[in-house]
Design a protein around this ligand. Structure first.
Ligand SMILES: [Mn+2]
Length: 312
């Protein structure tokens, strides 16, 4: 593929490469970003490569990030942004001062940015794209990069269960496994929870509301999150708590933020939710999307709209 060669050439052209991803990173953001950083370090030993952005505690087993104090480093660098559809959500806005910018993403290309773009929604994850790129370009893959990328594919594909999973996904997974990283250790880290998660999950199960049309909603006040050591930004981890019940066709989580607005996570078992998210200023995938609601009135509007959609 031509685009992969172009990306590789840009990496060769620069001495400094900074890999970035979206704010409030998830497993895929971590996997695609750190995976790419470690691949570059392995295959282009003369380059200086950074991965920047705020960490998430629950993903600390994947790896950690670099700090760049000197803004000038960005000016001479190639920035590669993975897993981030919109410019506003790029963690560390200094990216815009970079000498060259490459976008690698699997979300719909709502806001195109960068000098070079590889955007393809047929991939489960940005991590799958990075794994695919490494295999296509015959890069050497260090086990820690394979582990991070594999973890990203697993988390963004619903454990290889979403429709977007293809034979290519498994080809990439197979290539990553060949590096010999410890799969069981990775899954153990991914699946080990804290008891506080159990009590928070209990809160969701005890308090969600269900309409006749199959819409389940839960509004989480900031005080409830604090009780469990959570913030609205960490709520995407709980977005699928109400998944897998026959009677629930769509489930929406509203999490109050410290500024009084609500983070909204839309999920469904079939109904398209991204248009609904877009109507309220957000976006995302067909069956998994997000938005911000400024107040409880809007929360109620979203609930009414979603219920009407399910009733149609
Ligand atoms: Mn992703």
């Amino acid at each position: 593929m031509e685009i992969l060669k172009q990306i590789e050439n840009e990496i060769k052209n620069f001495q400094t490469i900074i890999v970035q991803r979206h704010i409030n990173p998830d497993g895929d953001a971590y996997g695609s970003q750190l995976g790419l950083k470690w691949l570059i370090e392995e295959n282009f030993k003369d380059k200086k490569c950074y991965a920047v952005g705020e960490p998430m505690e629950w993903l600390s087993y994947v790896g950690s990030f670099d700090k760049i104090e000197n803004d000038d480093i960005f000016k001479e660098a190639l920035v590669i942004v993975t897993d981030c559809g919109n410019v506003e959500r790029i963690d560390d806005q200094r990216f815009s001062t970079a000498n060259k910018i490459i976008k690698i993403d699997h979300h719909p290309n709502a806001t195109p940015y960068g000098d070079l773009m590889w955007v393809d929604t047929t991939y489960t994850s940005a991590s799958e794209m990075i794994g695919f790129m490494a295999l296509q370009l015959n890069w050497s893959i260090p086990p820690k990069a394979a582990r991070a990328i594999f973890n990203g594919i697993v988390t963004d594909s619903g454990r290889f269960m979403y429709r977007g999973v293809s034979s290519r996904t498994f080809d990439v997974a197979s290539g990553l496994l060949k590096t010999g990283f410890d799969l069981e250790e990775m899954y153990k880290n991914l699946n080990t929870r804290k008891l506080s998660e159990l009590s928070f999950t209990n809160f969701i199960y005890s308090n969600f509301k269900l309409t006749k049309n199959g819409l389940a909603t839960i509004v989480v006040p900031v005080s409830e999150m604090q009780k469990h050591g959570l913030t609205a930004e960490m709520m995407n981890k709980y977005a699928n708590t109400l998944a897998g019940f026959q009677e629930i066709k769509m489930w929406i989580t509203f999490s109050e933020r410290s500024d009084g607005q609500y983070r909204v996570e839309f999920r469904s078992s079939g109904t398209l939710v991204n248009q609904l998210a877009i109507k309220y200023g957000g976006g995302g995938h067909a069956q998994a999307a997000g938005a911000i609601a400024p107040d409880l009135k809007t929360v109620q509007d979203i609930i009414d709209d979603a219920d009407k959609l399910l009733g149609e």
